[in-house]
Ligand binder design. Structure first.
Ligand SMILES: Nc1ncnc2c1ncn2[C@@H]1O[C@H](COP(=O)(O)OP(=O)(O)OP(=O)(O)O)[C@@H](O)[C@H]1O
Length: 456
């Protein structure tokens, strides 16, 4: 069977860098295997889910370079979940429970005081038809629990099923179902909790590998049992470590911290975000990859560490700068065009300024400096006179990279100035700034006429 993975966010806010890690792990895993990537919106919670968030998530993924082969929404698939519920009820694997939250809490305390594990004791399984009818007559609505498997046929015997799997990231894993309550799959109001729709869709969509954060490790035990109860073979699982903020706080779509949208607004390169989101918290060196092929070649889910990794936006800026400083003109060209940077000089210009900017749009500033000159720079009267004298010594065109040295040698000989006293006023007059790209490179771009127009 060909590899099919999914990324399944709830559209309840903007995805953050941790969600991006999950999406990218799946994307790269599928890419390496020549498989498919499904984007599945877990939007059964109709109160909190919003179409705008789903659209934004698609846009954020696309910005990162992820283009799903298929997009599905759980809110359009309720019929499938209803059928699975019927199937489980018929098999006696989904049973109605009438306890209130207070009753459950009381029972939990009693179990703890008896040194029993604080799991649900399956009391509802013992209800007679009359007792159930009485609850219904009182207006109580049941919630429905999935009967986790026991080795014994007796459902009241302590659960002794250990679920084992060979995790793509963490290696051999064991979850002891004795430490878990039978999970509620359907609430009193008939709405589904996350587990059932997720497993039903994973079966229906032919998901072969589920890669997600290690916040789901325990859920996986119950989910493997549910795959089996629905007559399906469970897919392979991988649970990677989570990302936190630089100071160790957890991430949530609802708080908006480290959202992809906010990182994007700072002007960082998408491949810097993708590289850091994937390589951080692994044994791989964290460097910026130019494209997804390169990142895929560096991606190995098994190299993730087991503890959470801190995501530092300062490191992101550094990676982004390194991508810009080596970005080939062909890659920058469409974005430069949008900034109005085009024509004969555009390529030479880009190669000169890319090493001096933090974000591609910053190139617009230097384009203006080259084409129109700076705002009138603040030069002392003495420096102004020096620049005027220097401009009188400009060589004729054509100019190349060597022109600047030839010119300044003449200026040095004529005026006696050298070093900083020579270069600083020239740079200020030509660019308006004390630092920037090499003047030797800028000079041919500005041209003789342009330089002369900068007379103080
Ligand atoms: N901090 C994190 N680091 C890495 N992966 C994460 C992190 N938080 C969530 N994930 C993963 O992102 C995927 C989508 O999860 P989900 O939509 O539940 O996001 P969430 O941010 O946990 O949720 P919430 O909407 O409750 O804030 C899951 O596979 C989950 O494991």
């Amino acid at each position: 069977m060909s590899v099919t993975v999914r990324f399944a966010p709830s559209p309840t806010g903007q995805i953050h860098i941790g969600n991006a890690r999950t999406a990218l792990f799946n994307w790269l895993f599928a890419k390496k295997a020549g498989g498919r990537f499904v984007l599945r919106f877990d939007d059964t919670d109709q109160e909190r889910s919003r179409r705008e968030y789903a659209d934004q998530i698609e846009a954020d993924l696309s910005w990162l370079g992820i283009k799903p082969d298929l997009v599905v929404r759980q809110s359009e698939r309720f019929a499938l979940y209803d059928r699975a519920v019927e199937k489980l009820k018929e098999a006696g694997l989904l049973y109605p429970c009438y306890e209130t939250a207070e009753e459950l809490e009381l029972r939990r305390k009693i179990r703890l005081s008896r040194r029993l594990p604080p799991v649900y004791g399956r009391e509802a399984l013992k209800l007679t038809e009359e007792e159930k009818a009485r609850f219904e007559a009182e207006g109580r609505k049941p919630h429905w629990r999935f009967l986790l498997p026991n080795f014994d046929d007796d459902p009241f015997a302590p659960q002794r099923t250990e679920i084992k799997w060979n995790d793509i990231v963490r290696g051999q894993q064991t979850v002891d179902l004795a430490s878990m309550s039978d999970p509620v799959l359907v609430r009193e109001d008939g709405t589904f909790l996350y587990t059932l729709p997720s497993v039903v869709d994973d079966i229906e969509l032919g998901i072969t590998h589920i890669i997600r954060g290690d916040d789901h490790v325990t859920n996986t035990g119950a989910q493997i049992a549910l795959f089996q109860a629905l007559g399906a073979e469970a897919p392979a699982f991988g649970h990677h470590n989570l990302l936190t903020t630089a100071t160790g706080e957890g991430l949530s779509k609802r708080t908006g911290s480290l959202s992809i949208a906010s990182l994007r607004e700072t002007g960082v390169e998408p491949m810097a975000v993708a590289s850091l989101a994937v390589l951080i918290g692994t044994s791989e060196a964290v460097t910026a990859c130019r494209d997804m092929d390169e990142l895929a070649s560096r991606f190995d889910p098994a190299s993730s560490s087991k503890s959470a990794a801190k995501f530092d936006p300062a490191e992101l800026q550094m990676l982004s700068r390194s991508l810009i400083h080596s970005m080939p003109f062909e890659e920058a060209r469409p974005r430069l065009q949008e900034l109005g940077i085009k024509g004969r000089q555009a390529e030479a210009f880009w190669n000169v300024v890319r090493g001096n900017i933090d974000k591609v749009p910053d190139a617009a500033f230097w384009w203006k400096v080259v084409r129109e000159g700076p705002e009138r720079p603040a030069l002392s009267a003495e420096d102004g006179a020096f620049v005027n004298a220097a401009l009188d010594l400009l060589p004729p065109e054509p100019w190349d990279r060597g022109t600047f040295a030839a010119w300044t040698d003449r200026v040095k000989a004529k005026t006696g100035r050298k070093g900083r006293a020579l270069f600083k006023p020239l740079r200020l007059a030509l660019t308006g700034l004390e630092a920037g790209p090499e003047l030797a490179d800028l000079l041919p771009l500005i041209g003789r006429e342009g330089v002369l127009s900068r007379r103080p």
